[in-house]
Ligand binder design. Structure first.
Ligand code: SF4
Ligand code: SF4
Length: 292
């Protein structure tokens, strides 16, 4: 079924959400958010967040002022620029200071650019109002499970009010906050995409239920991404020996999920400092040292 017209209108010039738009509109990520508030077994903290963007790359970290300079330099050079996102290298909402400062600076200096953000969702509920007030219109939440037993095999702990909550208790807390955050986003009319990392043998079959649940809560897209487990992706920590899915396994899960939520097949798992049209990577051209 086609997307509802109000959703179509919102994604018309968004390269990530429309197969059509991704040839004509560009996006960029600014890497202003180094810290994270959970642990994923597949994450190696030296690299970009592996559930929101491309693992195994080290993005150039910027202060909010540097991020603004970079956005303005890219906007001057890349007329198709339509979206500025914050996707790491850690969790944007675990770094609310720099994240919101950046969003505010960009919003003020370049009001036509659309703002987006990705998050693991742990800190989402308390930030939805502020995201709405800033006019952030797209949020991606990574949801790998809705069952704490599955969750504990993916997320060994979460950081909650200054202490580590481990195992199923931590996973349950994460799941509750993710789902509460999703519902709150939908309630504020913020478009919401869900990413799931397919970990074969852990959450493969479970993702159908995840898709059904997040769609019921208002997510308009469910993007099933493969666990990238090769050593060069730096994601082998904690799940030693855990392989990524084969192409056939990934396809099968994506197909199974399609009944419950729209699946986005052209997402490229971009770096936290990606610049340009999708499939084009101009991050080096706009490195801090190269800016005017
Ligand atoms: Fe790593 Fe991202 Fe998971 Fe945080 S949310 S532990 S940065 S993969
Ligand atoms: Fe778009 Fe996916 Fe790249 Fe994010 S990671 S900018 S959603 S294509």
């Amino acid at each position: 079924a086609p997307l509802p017209p109000e959703v179509q209108a919102k994604i018309a010039n968004h390269p990530c959400y429309s197969e059509e738009a991704h040839h004509h509109f560009a996006r960029m990520h600014v890497a202003v958010a180094p810290a994270c508030n959970i642990q994923c077994h597949y994450c190696n903290r030296r690299y970009d967040c592996a559930s929101e963007s491309r693992p195994g790359v080290v993005s150039e970290r910027l202060t909010p002022e540097q991020a603004l300079r970079k956005v303005l330099a890219v906007a001057a050079e890349v007329p198709q620029l339509s979206v500025v996102g914050i996707a790491g290298p850690g969790d944007p909402l675990a770094n609310p200071g720099p994240t919101f400062e950046t969003l505010e600076l960009v919003r003020r200096a370049a009001p036509d650019l659309r703002l987006c953000l990705s998050t693991n969702g742990l800190a989402l509920p308390e930030h939805v109002e502020r995201l709405a007030a800033l006019g952030v219109d797209h949020v991606t939440v990574t949801v790998n499970m809705i069952d704490a037993e599955v969750g504990a095999r993916i997320h060994p702990w979460v950081l909650w009010r200054g202490r580590k909550v481990r195992g199923e208790d931590g996973a349950r807390l994460l799941s509750e906050r993710q789902l509460e955050g999703l519902a709150a986003l939908a309630g504020r009319g913020i478009l919401c995409k869900v990413n799931s990392v397919l970990v074969p043998g852990v959450n493969g079959e479970h993702l159908v239920e995840v898709g059904r649940t997040v769609r019921r809560l208002g997510a308009f897209l469910h993007n099933v991404m493969p666990l990238l487990s090769a050593p060069e992706h730096g994601t082998h920590y904690g799940l030693t020996g855990q392989r990524g899915p084969t192409a056939a396994e990934l396809e099968a899960v994506q197909r199974a999920c399609e009944g419950g939520a729209r699946v986005m097949k052209h997402c490229r798992q971009c770096r936290a400092d990606a610049v340009g049209l999708l499939g084009q990577d101009r991050h080096a051209e706009f490195a801090l040292a190269a800016l005017p």
